[in-house]
Design a protein around this ligand. Sequence first.
Ligand SMILES: *[C@@H]1O[C@H](CO)[C@@H](O)[C@H](O)[C@H]1NC(C)=O
Ligand SMILES: *[C@@H]1O[C@H](CO)[C@@H](O)[C@H](O)[C@H]1NC(C)=O
Ligand SMILES: *[C@@H]1O[C@H](CO)[C@@H](O)[C@H](O)[C@H]1NC(C)=O
Ligand SMILES: *[C@@H]1O[C@H](CO)[C@@H](O)[C@H](O)[C@H]1NC(C)=O
Length: 139
Amino acid sequence: MKYMLTLLVVTVTVVGAIDNKTAPVDPVILPCGPHTMKLGDVVLVQSPGYPARLTNKSSCQQNIVCQSPSAKLGVACEVFNLEDCDNERLIISYDTTSSTLCGNVKPNGVFPTNAMKLEFITKGVNDSTGYNCSITCLR
Ligand SMILES: *[C@@H]1O[C@H](CO)[C@@H](O)[C@H](O)[C@H]1NC(C)=O
Ligand SMILES: *[C@@H]1O[C@H](CO)[C@@H](O)[C@H](O)[C@H]1NC(C)=O
Ligand SMILES: *[C@@H]1O[C@H](CO)[C@@H](O)[C@H](O)[C@H]1NC(C)=O
Ligand SMILES: *[C@@H]1O[C@H](CO)[C@@H](O)[C@H](O)[C@H]1NC(C)=O
């Protein structure tokens, strides 16, 4: 009888978990390297070790592709704070376009592409805040 009760409790818990399948989950933080997204997916791209300040030399390249060829990529940076471009920069490239970003100007907007390359380099000279951006694969 005790066993039966335990089983019942386990079953109820599992059903509860299934009910929450549609609840929003925290977006993944992208590691360096290639990454494929589906329409509607959201990921976070952050400076290395974020929210730790950028005190060390480091670099990271991320190639992001949204599987749908007609998709666009929405970029929304909650925080963007780098040094001057000589010490620290984020390069966003797609098609034949390439922008080098540094300082405080957030690259927020909808990019007319389903594939984007992000290259981050810092010499770790000063201790800037870095960046925390979401990327959404939009229809
Ligand atoms: C499911 O969601 C409810 C209400 O939002 C919450 O109380 C419960 O803890 C959640 N269960 C799981 C397994 O996340
Ligand atoms: C920076 O490098 C030092 C020494 O290698 C290390 O102890 C520290 O954890 C690093 N900081 C970050 C934010 O990665
Ligand atoms: C970074 O540090 C150097 C050396 O201390 C300083 O000359 C420079 O102004 C700093 N740059 C920024 C963007 O803070
Ligand atoms: C990074 O930004 C996302 C939203 O864009 C936010 O949910 C998350 O809490 C932020 N992470 C940190 C460590 O501030």
